[in-house]
Design a protein. Structure first.
Length: 404
């Protein structure tokens, strides 16, 4: 027997009687994703407006964490942040010196970092009405988002992505996490940011390898959701390979918008179901990152995973012949190397270690294995089994030289 809660304020039930009351409520999520330049110029009010948007009688307390890679490229970044805070002291209080955090995947592998940063927030008096601002690549944003989400059961956090990969993909999403037990992103939360601010000035100083790595996610989302965007990427491949600003800015914006649309309209923003279309190419990519001891950038591993799953889509009969050549050619024109020795690494029984990534991918989500493949350029399709023999065949294809 079931009832609403309003019906429950009645007599005591008889012993042993079962009643079920359903608690229902919804919480709308909304956050701005801004595209601007030089956010720490005192005249740029983007950050100030994000911090003050929730109102309240007291000035928010704010603390900043910076990716060490950003500090290397912009040695004066901490000073600029402090000066910005001084210029806007009427709007918020900087309550802790700007702190640098080691960048790259290593910051997500060290379990002591999370507790250290949580202690920083507690000691600085950061509470749920305060803001934690993370500035850096995807790994640092994952870490800082996780620290914010797990301190006081959730502190508001603002992301300032500084790489192509973070600006067009992970930085605009709702996931935070760290690695544990040799599994990528095993510990984490679904906690949307309060705001995301994409500053093109950070892309200007980004090393070329990192600019390129982020383009893999644009190819990915084009393949599963936007065939016209894929065609544009093909047309602009030469300019993108040279990191020309205008097409790169457009790639970042359009890719970010496609990711935002998928999260908002895909029907599963917190990944309660089995399908994860935005992880096309990622089952192999995550395993390759681990097998390479993270010498492969995430985007570089994703490029390999995309090529692998596109080839698999063809030889399994889902995708027309030749589309795999188009995808491989685009990725190589962008500058990606689509073979890494980790893809051929074998276990004691002679099997490819990368195949273990399938079960790890399923186990991370739980339930039924669900892998996104392609039925056309721009159209993703979910499958629930993959043939290991065909995967090996696709890997061998990556090892081969592609005809000119």
């Amino acid at each position: 027997m079931s009832s609403t809660i309003s019906d429950a304020l009645e007599k005591f039930e008889a012993p042993g009687q079962i009643r079920t009351y359903y608690q229902r409520f919804s919480v709308p999520y909304e956050y701005p994703v801004l595209f601007t330049r030089d956010i720490f110029s005192p005249g740029n009010t983007a950050l100030r407006e994000c911090i003050t948007s929730n109102g309240g009688p007291n000035k928010p307390r704010v603390t900043f964490f910076i990716d060490s890679g950003v500090e290397q490229q912009m040695p004066d970044i901490a000073r600029r942040i402090s000066n910005y805070a001084l210029a806007h002291t009427d709007a918020f209080d900087l309550v802790h010196p700007v702190e640098c955090v080691d960048g790259g995947e290593i910051c997500k592998n060290d379990t002591t970092i999370v507790e250290t940063l949580q202690r920083r927030l507690v000691d600085a008096g950061i509470d749920r009405h305060s803001y934690v601002v993370g500035i850096g690549g995807g790994a640092v944003l994952d870490l800082i988002g996780y620290v914010a989400a797990t301190t006081h059961r959730g502190i508001r956090h603002i992301r300032v992505p500084t790489t192509v990969l973070a600006q067009n993909d992970s930085g605009v999403g709702v996931k935070n996490g760290v690695n544990a037990f040799s599994v990528k992103n095993l510990l984490g939360t679904f906690q949307p940011p309060s705001a995301v601010i994409n500053d093109s000035a950070f892309i200007d100083v980004l090393p070329g390898r990192d600019k390129r790595a982020g383009m893999a996610e644009a190819v990915k989302v084009a393949l599963i959701r936007d065939g016209e965007f894929f065609k544009w990427l093909e047309d602009q491949a030469g300019a993108l390979a040279l990191f020309q600003s205008e097409p790169l800015d457009r790639l970042i914006r359009h890719c970010a918008m496609l990711h935002m649309r998928q999260i908002a309209q895909g029907g599963d923003p917190f990944e309660r179901g089995n399908a994860r279309p935005l992880d096309f190419g990622h089952w192999a990519a995550h395993k390759l990152e681990t097998l390479s001891n993270y010498t492969l950038r995430h985007g570089e591993a994703v490029a390999i995973g995309i090529a692998l799953d596109t080839r698999y889509s063809v030889i399994s009969g889902l995708l027309p012949e030749g589309d795999d050549i188009r995808v491989r050619r685009l990725l190589e024109q962008l500058g990606f190397t689509l073979w890494h020795e980790a893809a051929g690494e074998k276990n004691a029984s002679g099997g490819l270690k990368v195949l273990d990534g399938l079960e790890e991918f399923r186990a991370h989500l739980g339930g039924e294995l669900s892998i996104t493949l392609l039925s056309a350029i721009g159209v993703g399709v979910e499958v629930h089994t993959m043939d290991p023999k065909l995967i090996v065949e696709a890997i061998d294809w990556l090892r081969e030289e592609m005809p000119a």
